[in-house]
Design a protein around this ligand. Structure first.
Ligand code: 8Y7
Length: 303
């Protein structure tokens, strides 16, 4: 099969996401909602809450399809946030948005935050540590939530941030993600609840590694039996330094166009979900990508 394979059988498996069943006729746009107070403003947490809710409203107007709520900056090198602080940031947002009709994802690796978020109505748990912390799998097992298992090198316990060298970064990431989905399914998580993510920028040593993962995005997912649908792949590249390096744009806010181009490349390579800051721009770009794909499909059928 080439990348012009357009048969519905090659679409990602639908993802059971709590109250929702997401299908992937085209990639779904996940909007990033950070709830991290600016330590320089007073009453930071309440200001952050208002900010976050305003931003969520904006993303909904712009056509967001999943909202990813995060209370700890997971950027490499960021200081960890204590459990009670993370709960105080995330829970009011989950509670406020649980009724809006958009699937809610919570970006956390802490089992206690997972449990609280699910009890309050979260639909997806996005764990950059791939459910490797003790208690993480148990925290999600008895719910219907979706899971996103991301690749990050190293052990959660030590929070090691070494820069590994990969012999073959695509194969190494696929091996890791295959082990994670096998473990999760063995532990009782249904296959249709699982999505995977190569973890752009997380401990990938070089620019080449990140672009190899994007170029071969489909091959980062666990292999499935012939005829079976692949696991949904989430691609999170928005505003990351892999775009800064190529464009010379020093600050994340300047990387919007680059990020949109990256999202389109990910769509072309089978991404099921793209995680982005710039929802309106990405939604438009994905619509154009899908129109071209559909026209290609019609042309192929009439030949
Ligand atoms: C990713 C992510 C971040 C990603 C998934 C940032 C929380 C860094 N990146 N989650 N989170 N995939 N699944 O720049 O690539 O957004 S935080």
């Amino acid at each position: 099969m080439t990348h012009t394979d357009l048969s519905p059988a090659s679409l990602p498996e639908p993802l059971q996401c709590g109250r929702f069943m997401l299908t992937f006729e085209r990639p779904r746009v996940m909007g990033i909602l950070n709830v991290t107070p600016d330590s320089f403003s007073d009453g930071g947490r309440y200001a952050a809450r208002d900010d976050a809710l305003r931003q969520a409203e904006r993303m909904i107007r712009e056509g967001v399809e999943i909202i990813d709520i995060g209370g700890e900056s997971t950027r490499p090198g960021a200081p960890p946030v204590p459990l009670d602080e993370e709960l105080a940031r995330v829970m009011p947002i989950v509670e406020a948005l649980a009724g809006v009709g958009v699937p809610l994802s919570v970006d956390t690796y802490k089992p206690e935050v997972m449990r609280a978020a699910l009890a309050a109505g979260a639909d997806l748990i996005n764990d950059v540590w791939g459910f490797r912390l003790p208690g993480a799998i148990e925290a999600v097992r008895d719910s219907a939530c979706g899971l996103c298992a991301m690749h990050m090198h190293g052990e959660p316990q030590t929070m090691q941030r070494g820069k590994p060298e990969y012999a073959d970064v695509v194969a190494d990431v696929r091996t890791f993600l295959t082990e994670r989905v096998d473990t999760l399914m063995r532990e009782g998580i249904a296959r249709e609840r699982l999505s995977v993510d190569p973890g752009f920028g997380f401990g990938k040593s070089t620019l080449e590694d990140n672009y190899a993962l994007l170029a071969h995005l489909r091959d980062t997912a666990p292999r499935v039996a012939p005829g079976a649908r692949p696991f949904p792949i989430l691609a999170g590249m928005s505003r990351k330094s892999m775009f800064g390096v190529v464009t010379g744009r020093a600050t994340p806010a300047e990387r919007v166009a680059a990020s949109v181009a990256g999202a389109v490349c990910a769509a072309e390579r089978g991404a099921a979900i793209v995680r982005v800051h710039d929802v309106a721009e990405t939604v438009d770009a994905i619509k154009v990508w899908a129109a071209v794909r559909d026209a290609t499909r019609s042309a192929a059928q009439s030949n």
